[in-house]
Design a protein around this ligand. Structure first.
Ligand SMILES: Cc1ncc(COP(=O)(O)O)c(C=O)c1O
Length: 810
């Protein structure tokens, strides 16, 4: 057996069939050949050809920019590390959300496809106080012979008719928040003849000169599209790069000589990746029927629609080979290769000369790296997305998991949307099933974040900015913004691989418990809306809600809720922070301490009293804007470093009504009941953090020690019992009948449980080893800090007792 066949079998045995396999070295090589041929050209990778993150990363690392067409493609490119100034956003139906993301990131250019779109971008940029570069996508009058699918020069939904260019340029002058930086023409795809590309380029560059003359200033770039093809079918020849260089280079050089500051850009998808990919399916059975040989595979047009000829007038075979599962005598014949679907159109190859395939062999379709699974109807008949694998020399990596049945079913869980309104409430649970929320399938998917959280937890002990590593992960990003109303939330859970659209109260707490198993400190380091967000939603004016939440459309934002005063303990009513109007203008003077990194926070709430009336007030503060009156210091911490401790000193800060939560509305006092509710709803978080940390210690002991397994079994049972108890408390919150003493009790029990787990760990025979283990030592330090969050536990003990007595019948 050839080495390559052995490798395919090893992959098939590990990930199952069907799958795609991509070769990183071929992808890199393809880019380097291009860049060597055209060193002055700026190349952009069109993610539509293959949006696999690892492929995009390979090309971005090699030096390519990215051409993206959707939110997911944008996020993929960003996750692959491309800079905003190397990103183009193209497409005829962009959403506001996509445009807003582009404007805030300040990408190289949004390629606008109409005057209306130009005006939309301008309006959006004005609202965001930005100037955004755009490129005009033009639909010229000339034709592009030689493209197998042409997209310009005829009536299509793309671009601006060249006849309308004068009007567009005239109108664009009235729009100060967009700047025309380039033009874009996409000729068509699958071009294999150098002369066609050269002729098309010449025409586009002439058009660019005309537009620049009309504009009256130089363009930053001209994107001439691309559409370079690869040979798929018998009789097709690969694009000859030397010949292309010979014909195209002089055209580009003479344009560059005339316009030295305008870059020529080429965007390519297929050409970058097609030859680097193979599609591999398993043969399920063979049969001879009515004189024709059939090999029936477990993947067909559902996962490789291009090989099945969908989108082409005539179906022609891709290059196909057989990988035999055993040694047998050769017997060549003509075979029809089919997929598993219930349609006779599901044909991957017709009359293919093969050496008698058998069930259990593999069929390999070459030239399949572009427009494969993501351009196919993968859910037809429920087979789902196949696995994707990357090979790089000896290294083999799974780079996309096969679709899971659980995910596919989970997406279809009925959730009522009747009566859906733009509620200002944080949504309550969407968990309607009777199984425990602590067993929700999405929690298992969080396990993939284990390494990230453990590594970041350690980093946070030295580097307060390490939270950015968490923000770089799409799931952690969406998790950070749980509680941000939908209209402000640019990073919703629905856009992640978790398989949930959003998360209700109980599931959010279950996620916190699960992530705390890896590192609780990370959760507290996230830059989200925190407790203050809940209070703003309960009591803020529309303008305050906008002020607080609008940044979450496009990024993170640290916040704080400053209640506790060092001299007054945890009881805010004993504090001395006050707003006084003795000098005319009301002024706030306050001194607070809090858990949280207020130093990094952009906005937060400070609890005070009106000096004259003793009325409670919450003041909305943006520390950067009030820097001369607000001083924030960072206090030393030893456990839960991601959370941090800070002190805030505010000296005579002038206050206006817009800064007072609710705008100084007299009914504010009633609102304090609502604030209490916000506090109450957040108490279970401390219990979840403590339980998660304790469980993390147990899991760590199990994984690293042989003795520990039986010695900690009782603690694992206690953990399960406490989760059950927490769940009952959460359910009471969800139905609006929370019992304050029960949440105080569960917090107390959770913190004590974490203590018991630590004591047990250090009483085990291998305790000396444990003490040397940095992860265990860190978890132990973190666990100790919960005692002091949300009031010390003895306050909770009192609280539990007080509420319990209050509810007793007399
Ligand atoms: C605007 C645009 N850019 C780039 C591409 C990528 O084309 P190719 O994969 O042929 O390079 C396409 C394909 O449809 C496109 O429409």
């Amino acid at each position: 057996m050839f080495d390559e066949d052995k490798r395919l079998w090893a992959i098939a045995d590990t990930v199952g069939t069907p799958f795609y396999v991509f070769d990183a070295a071929i992808i890199r090589e393809q880019y380097f050949k291009l860049k060597t041929a055209f060193p002055s050209v700026d190349f952009f990778y069109s993610l539509k050809a293959n949006p696999n993150l690892s492929i995009v990363r390979e090309l971005v690392t090699a030096g390519m920019g990215c051409e993206v067409c959707s939110f997911l493609e944008f996020e993929t490119a960003a996750a692959a590390g491309v800079g905003s100034d190397r990103m183009l956003f193209v497409g005829p139906a962009k959403s506001d959300r996509e445009l807003e993301r582009c404007v805030v990131a300040g990408i190289k250019a949004i390629v606008v496809e109409s005057l209306t779109e130009l005006e939309r971008v301008d309006r959006l940029a004005r609202d965001l106080d930005r100037v955004q570069n755009i490129a005009l996508r033009l639909n010229p009058d000339f034709h592009f012979p030689g493209a197998r699918l042409s997209m310009s020069g005829r009536a299509t939904q793309f671009g601006i008719d060249i006849a309308a260019i004068d009007e567009v340029l005239a109108r664009s002058c009235q729009h100060g928040n967009t700047r025309i930086a380039g033009i874009h023409v996409y000729m068509g795809t699958r071009i294999l003849e150098p002369t066609t590309i050269a002729n098309n380029t010449r025409q586009i560059l002439m058009l660019a000169s005309e537009v620049a003359a009309k504009l009256g200033y130089r363009l930053d770039f001209v994107d001439i599209g691309g559409g370079f093809g690869v040979p798929y079918h018998e009789g097709e020849e690969a694009l000859d790069l030397d010949a292309l260089r010979y014909e195209l280079e002089p055209i580009i050089s003479s344009y560059e000589a005339e316009y030295p500051r305008t870059k020529v850009c080429i965007e390519l998808g297929r050409y970058m990746v097609a030859s680097a990919g193979r599609f591999v399916a398993g043969i399920r059975q063979t049969k001879v029927t009515k004189g024709e040989n059939f090999a029936i595979c477990d993947g067909g047009s559902n996962v490789h629609s291009a090989a099945a000829g969908q989108g082409s007038l005539l179906r022609k075979n891709f290059p196909i080979s057989l990988v035999k599962g055993n040694d047998r005598a050769p017997a060549a014949g003509q075979w029809t290769i089919t997929g598993p679907l219930c349609t006779p159109m599901d044909i991957l190859g017709k009359d293919v000369l093969l050496d008698r395939p058998e069930a259990g062999d593999l069929i390999c379709i070459h030239q399949s790296g572009a427009y494969g699974a993501t351009a196919s109807p993968v859910n037809f008949l429920g087979f789902g997305q196949p696995a994707e694998v990357m090979v790089d020399g000896e290294t083999i990596t799974l780079v996309r998991e096969r679709a899971s049945i659980a995910n596919l079913l989970n997406e279809q869980r009925p959730r009522s949307i009747s009566g859906a309104s733009r509620s200002r409430e944080i949504k309550t649970s969407c968990n309607s099933s009777s199984t425990s929320v602590f067993q929700h399938p999405c929690l298992e998917r969080l396990d993939d974040l284990k390494d990230l959280l453990i590594a970041t937890g350690h980093k946070l002990e030295r580097d307060t900015e390490a939270w950015r590593d968490l923000w770089a992960d799409p799931i952690m990003r969406a998790f950070t913004l749980v509680g941000v109303p939908e209209r402000y939330n640019g990073f919703s859970l629905g856009d992640t691989s978790l398989g949930i659209e959003d998360c209700g109260y109980s599931l959010h707490i279950a996620m916190i418990e699960r992530l705390a198993r890896f590192d609780a400190s990370c959760i507290l380091a996230l830059q989200g809306p925190s407790l203050a967000g809940g209070a703003i939603l309960k009591m803020g004016t529309e303008a305050q809600i906008e002020q607080f939440f609008s940044r979450y459309r496009t990024g993170s934002q640290g916040t704080f809720f400053a209640v506790t005063e060092p001299e007054a303990g945890s009881d805010p009513s004993l504090g001395i922070s006050a707003v006084s109007a003795t000098t005319g203008t009301p002024r706030l003077t306050a001194r607070k301490m809090l858990v949280g990194n207020a130093q990094r926070a952009a906005i937060g709430l400070v609890f005070a009293k009106a000096a004259e009336t003793n009325r409670p007030i919450l003041v909305l503060i943006e520390p950067d804007r009030h820097a001369s009156n607000v001083k924030i210091e960072h206090l030393q911490t030893f456990g839960l470093c991601g959370a941090m401790l800070c002190s805030i000193t505010i000296d005579e800060l002038p206050i206006d009504d817009n800064m007072i939560l609710g705008g100084g509305n007299p009914s504010l006092r009633d609102g304090f009941l609502a604030i209490n509710e916000v506090f109450e709803r957040n108490r279970p978080i401390v219990a979840a953090l403590a339980l998660g940390t304790a469980r993390g210690i147990l899991d760590h002991l199990r994984a690293t020690s042989k003795v520990a397994a039986h010695a900690i079994a009782d603690l694992e049972l206690t953990h399960a019992a406490l989760l059950r108890r927490l769940e009952i408390v959460l359910a009471a919150y969800e139905t609006g009948r929370p019992k304050a003493h029960e949440i105080s009790l569960i917090k107390l029990q959770a913190v004590q449980f974490a203590d018991r787990v630590i004591q047990r760990a250090f009483s085990l025979p291998s305790s000396a080893e444990f003490m040397m283990d940095p992860t265990l030592r860190k978890k132990t330090r973190d666990a100790k800090a919960f005692e002091y969050m949300e009031g010390a536990s003895n306050i909770h003990a009192q609280n539990a007792f007080r509420s319990y007595v209050a509810r007793m019948p007399q």
